[in-house]
Write a protein that binds this ligand. Sequence first.
Ligand SMILES: [Fe+2]
Length: 369
Amino acid sequence: MNIIYQMPAKVIFGKGTVTLLPQEIKQYGEKVLLVSGKGKTSILAKEIGKVLETDGFQVVPFFQVEPNPSIETVRAGILLALQEKVDMVIAIGGGSPLDTAKAIAASVGSDSIMEELLGINKVKTALPVIAVPTTSGTGSEVTKYSILTMNHKKVSLVSTHIVPKLAIVDPELTLDLPRNVTIDTGLDALSHLLEGFFSRSSSPISDAYAKEGLKWFKYGYEGLLVTGDYQYRESLSMASLLGGLTINTASSGLAHAIGYPLTSNFGVPHGKANAMIMPHLFFWQKSEIIKKYKEASEILGYSDLCEGLIALNHMSDIEPIMSGFSDTPEENIINYAEEVVNNQRFMMSAPKTPNKEDIINMYRKLQWK
Ligand SMILES: [Fe+2]
């Protein structure tokens, strides 16, 4: 067994830990690009910015990140970071601000335009990134991935240089999340745990994270479908973190690749897209992952994983058929399937390699027939 394992992020987890931010970042300099979304998270980001200024930091706000961030948004952030000569990039929010911050840090650090950095291991160096997640799902706070949107397609930047130097995971920041965001992001965490567990690139180290994460997910997510109590928020934050630690080396899988066109073209939230696809994908992959399939079923308390996931989708108000998708021209479905099979990163980690027709069949399961 040969394993390469690298985990450079420092993680601080727990209630109220966001207050540790100023003292923890002093080592990285004085001038901060503070990255956040436009909505509610910008209020929190402003508050954090004020605290940082009181502690002597210079803060440059960049609160323009949209869901599924575009290359254009990243370019605007890069320009600001260069003009202001910032020392570090701090991201407050969900996966979108976190991934944007990583891309900005990579471009400024490597002195390269974004297009040259897309793909695997193109980044030479990056400004320090500090991540403060306000959702529990992406795990981006501990991963080497930045997922962006370019010309209606998801593109990725993969490099250990963009793993945040520090992740402050304070579950209190997730207390006010609305139910739909809890569902969309929570199911993304589940997809990381399951896909990472089944991945061809998994190892006993990543499996330990995945199996532990599934336990935290079950308790936290099922609790949050009923009530928003802190103990469930904490559990889902831990599940999300463990999901990030899982995929950082094991990689996520084809549910992500199949889901990306649904997000880019139909606006389906990322976690929801993954959740719709997972039962069909894992049913198709089952023969190749049978031992782990049973293990995951057991941890989640299901007699059969796919049946359990279908029931979980139902409890999460996710329909098995995607509205608007049934009328999609066949030509488009073929294009999406081509996008999936050409996505080397996900194909390499797939426990069973699909051809274009296999993927088309999975898309058809989401259509009325
Ligand atoms: Fe994901």
